[in-house]
Write a protein that binds this ligand. Structure first.
Ligand SMILES: *Cc1c(COP(=O)(O)O)cnc(C)c1O
Length: 391
């Protein structure tokens, strides 16, 4: 198991830089070595220093697991080869025939994993989670797990984690929170009562669009054992270089998130006043239905912004193709700004399902470039769509 103890009592930024990564005892190196060994010498049969074979444990991975567990306030952390590999481990931990309740607005790949890969083994239904009556109506005797994302993808809906976790515990199910959009800098679900935190470290935690990874943070030792068994038995583990890149990304997470949030606020202000935009979805807007809950459970409102184009799908596609600084690409959470069309890109696999999205929707991942440059780039693209529509 990976103890989180080294960072206890430290502030967030201190832990991000130091937890799990003291100077290397052998050389004094201030950066954890990328440990490539697949096997480790034993002093006697079965006597070793915690490492036997690198699928089971690897020193660079241990550093990442310790650091990120500390940032989530978790007793245990487990790194995976991708966010979906981490999600798969959580789903495999549920007994056959279990029922999974899902918020109506989650990452498209989560829906695909549940509805296609785990279809034979698990039953899944979607439900508005933080209304106790709808949750009670959707609940069945075999409901084992409730899965939510907040802020959600791509609609930026907010769910009250403490409320849902409380209802789960009354009824005996696990509450799983995908914390990819918020990161532990903005929101710590375990402290609000969640049982499992899921991450795609590919996004803000890596932060530089150069590594794919996933993570689970849990506080319960028995649950950690079960997930650790699956991590090793199924084997979807990250390589040491990938672990190193995520670990390096974590060091600047706090300052990056501050700038993501500030730039998003500036972009939102422009979008709200632009005639080509019919609505803006961002939890920092006072008229956003989740504003009060977001203000309570988050430290900032995040760097992802969605908006609906007044001109419908054609306008949304045109805006997505006309920005010059915002790059047309899937993914989110890195230093560079991205723009995408969820209905045809990230959420194409949800077409025709309860998770299908409005084709007039555009999603932005606001990066940490100069604020004015981002605002002007988007404004120019929207102006040109507005002129084309009017002409
Ligand atoms: C990207 C993403 C995932 C999946 O992670 P991968 O690293 O791409 O496998 C899961 N949840 C959310 C919210 C995501 O944005």
């Amino acid at each position: 198991m990976t103890p989180a103890a080294p960072g206890d009592g430290w502030g967030f930024e201190t832990a991000a830089i130091h937890a799990g990564q003291p100077p290397d005892p052998a050389t004094g190196a201030v950066v954890p070595p990328i440990s490539l060994a697949t096997t480790f010498a034993q002093e006697a049969v079965g006597r070793h220093r915690g490492y036997e074979y690198a699928r089971s444990a690897n020193p660079t991975r241990t550093a990442l697991e310790t650091c990120l567990a500390t940032l989530e306030g978790a007793g245990f952390g487990l790194a995976f080869a991708s966010g979906l590999a981490a999600e798969d481990a959580v789903l495999r931990s549920i007994p056959d025939g279990g029922h999974v309740l899902l918020a109506p607005d989650v990452y498209g790949g989560t829906w695909r994993l549940l509805s296609q890969v785990h279809r034979e083994r698990l039953r899944v239904s979607t439900c508005v989670l933080d209304d106790p009556r709808t949750l009670a109506a959707a609940w069945t005797d075999d409901t084992r797990l409730v899965w939510l994302e907040t802020p959600s993808n791509p609609l930026l809906s907010i769910i009250d984690i403490a409320t849902v976790a409380g209802l789960c515990h009354e009824r005996g199910a696990l509450c799983v929170v995908d914390n990819t959009f918020a990161t532990p800098y903005l929101q710590q679900p375990l402290a609000l009562g969640a049982d499992v935190v899921v991450h795609s470290t590919t996004k803000y935690l890596g932060g530089h669009s150069d590594v794919v990874g996933g993570f689970l943070a849990v506080d319960d030792g028995a649950l950690a054992d079960r997930l650790r068994f699956l991590q090793n038995a199924v084997g979807a583990v990250p390589g040491p270089f990938d672990c190193y890149l995520v670990l390096r990304g974590l060091k600047t997470l706090g300052v990056r998130m501050e700038r993501h949030c500030a730039n998003a606020a500036a972009v939102v202000e422009m979008l709200c006043g632009h005639p080509a935009v019919s609505s803006v979805l961002w939890p920092g807007l006072r008229d956003h239905p989740g504003y009060a809950v977001a203000a309570k459970q988050m430290r900032g409102f995040g760097g992802v912004v969605s908006f609906v184009c007044a001109g419908g799908e054609a306008a949304a596609l045109a805006v997505a193709e006309r920005t010059r600084l915002f790059t047309l690409a899937e993914s989110l959470g890195a230093v560079e700004s991205l723009i995408e069309h969820p209905a045809r890109m990230t959420h194409a696999s949800a077409a025709g399902s309860p998770l299908a999205v409005d084709p007039a929707l555009v999603r932005l991942s606001v990066g940490i470039e100069t604020e004015e440059d981002l605002v002007e780039d988007l404004r120019a693209a929207l102006d040109s769509v507005e002129r084309a529509g009017a002409g």
